[in-house]
Design a binder for this molecule. Sequence first.
Ligand code: ATP
Length: 301
Amino acid sequence: LAQLFRPLDLLGWVYRTVRQGLIDMAAMFELIDTPAEVEDAPGAPALVVRRPGVAFENVVFGYEPGRTILQGLSFAVPAGAHVAIVGPSGAGKSTIARLLFRFYDPRSGRVTIDGQDIAQVTQASLRAAIGIVPQDSVLFNDTIGYNIGYGRAEATPEAIEAAARGAAIWPFIERLPAGLDTEVGERGLKLSGGEKQRVAIARTLVKDPPILLLDEATSALDSRTEQDILATLHRVSRDRTTISIAHRLSTIAGADEILVMDQGRLAERGSHPALLRAGGLYAEMWRRQQAEKAAPAGQSG
Ligand code: ATP
């Protein structure tokens, strides 16, 4: 009997893996406009993550021949550390995220996780190791429980509840008439931006990845909600290697290291206080954002 079921298990696994990949892609919509064109190397093994350190080693990359975006980028995120990537629009922040997901391969140099070149392992294992909390999450026209547990078919109601608690959305779900079985999305209950963000966090908790990629919302939540979500993310990212792409510097001031990108190069790096002291690009961006915050809404251009 086991013999009979194995192919079915495999099929189920393939289905879930592909689906997980597709949904992560959909979630990455903001990060990617071209479908992935990379293929698994023949006989590629799965990524084995024991200590989830991430490294970019002298990565050169461009989307089109003749235009280089990343010009020999090197940085390391030690296992368990939180590194934030900031920089002006077009600096290459999202490009780094796309390379980490291996939507593209570098022209030269390599990206490694726990010492393994991500171009040499299966994409399914790579993507299983990284959870994204994107700026705008896609909700399915299905129940809120499904939306939290999808992509992990074996997620029990208990696991879904635990994830919802971890993402601080359980009290909200508990008050819904049908609890986890409440329909959400276009045809069901509409969730606020903050609630959707929490569903995305709960989804990530169900997946339980060793590496987190936080892609900060540009569309602002109200500041109270934002503070609450940040506190939740902070809790969730403890004990995980975390890379965040941030537009608002106030959200990443506590990162272990901040990488300041400018035109595909690492312009500055350091902790928030060190970068402020250095008085360079980061200090200038910080000063500008503080001034914008102080100005009445709508007057900052
Ligand atoms: P933002 O803060 O505005 O999101 P970013 O720092 O994330 O910017 P990237 O999206 O990484 O910037 O873009 C870096 C450069 O690569 C930009 O000059 C952009 O025009 C270019 N670029 C991005 N995606 C593509 C693509 N699919 N094809 C060609 N060029 C691209």
